[in-house]
Design a protein around this ligand. Structure first.
Ligand SMILES: C[S@@+](CC[C@H](N)C(=O)[O-])C[C@H]1O[C@@H](n2cnc3c(N)ncnc32)[C@H](O)[C@@H]1O
Length: 267
């Protein structure tokens, strides 16, 4: 019961952070755009009803709308959906606030599920994949791009030199997602790719995470603390930056890695 409450508080916090980031999200989320473009390449060309889970500002949803007769754009964060639907032009997109772990959709009602850079925020791959499998109709496809273990490893290594607290989310392994998909009755093909962004200093590197709302620590749903990652003092920032440059810097630039799992599932 207490654990359930923590998960709920964590999700409320997550939705708040993403809602706050909605306005500037598109201008900051470059790597997310590249990852989604690579995921779209796995989709069948034409779909009848497509569900985009964790649609954010809807910029990817609009691209998907070109190949689908009906489209449901779903997100946990109301602020994201409000921002997205303001820009809704003539294409009929159905905007829905819902949680990937408890999809507010009837069984067997969509033929394609798409999700890019959202599912890593969920607590349980098993629950997510069971829900995706449930809403898919027979022969339906799911194409999912998920941040996985090893993401932000540079930042994690640098923090480990300073203290022994967890500052970076622990991401599930690709194989956990694959297993969860198989357990929910889906045929699944797995591929992985690493993407890197480069930053002139630590401040911009951290801003690339915080600015899009992705700075809520998952560990917070197991404990009392529900704050987003704390503000760092100048001294800590300087220490981190020196270490980062020494360990990972190239030409005075700092890399940040995103390890992405692509799952292509068929029911
Ligand atoms: C990094 S953004 C990705 C947005 C978009 N898919 C893209 O690629 O630009 C992650 C989105 O996932 C949403 N999200 C996080 N956890 C979710 C959940 N459990 N259910 C639905 N959406 C969720 C967030 O609110 C946020 O809008």
């Amino acid at each position: 019961m207490a654990q359930l409450q923590h998960v709920e508080q964590y999700k409320t916090r997550l939705a708040k952070q993403f809602s706050r980031a909605a306005k500037q999200y598109d201008s900051l989320a470059g790597v997310q755009r590249d990852i989604a473009a690579d995921a779209i390449a796995f989709l069948p060309f034409k779909c009848s009803t497509l569900l985009d889970i964790g649609c954010g500002t809807g910029r990817i949803t609009r691209q998907l709308a070109e190949r689908s007769d009906n489209i449901i754009a779903m997100d946990l964060a109301l602020g994201m959906l409000q921002h997205a639907s303001e820009k809704d032009e003539d294409k009929a997109v159905y905007w829905l606030q819902s949680d990937a772990e408890h999809l507010a959709l009837a069984t067997g009602t969509v033929d394609t599920v798409f999700s890019s850079m959202a599912l890593q925020w969920c607590a349980s791959p098993k629950q997510v994949m069971a829900e995706i499998s449930r809403v898919l109709n027979v022969k339906g496809h799911a194409v999912l791009a998920i941040m996985s273990d090893g993401s932000f490893s540079e930042l994690e290594q640098v923090w480990a030199q300073l203290d022994n607290q967890r500052h970076i989310n622990r991401f599930h392994r690709s194989e956990d997602w694959q297993q969860a998909a198989q357990d929910s009755g889906l045929d699944v093909k797995l591929s992985k790719q690493c993407y890197q962004t480069w930053h002139p200093n630590l401040r911009t590197l951290l801003a690339s995470i915080k600015g899009i709302g992705a700075n809520v620590l998952k560990k917070q749903y197991t404990g009392r603390c529900l704050e987003a990652s704390p503000v760092l003092s100048r001294g800590t920032l300087a220490q981190l930056e020196t270490l980062y440059l020494a360990l990972h810097g190239e030409n005075h630039q700092l890399p940040l890695s995103y390890q992405i799992t692509f799952l292509h599932c068929v029911k």
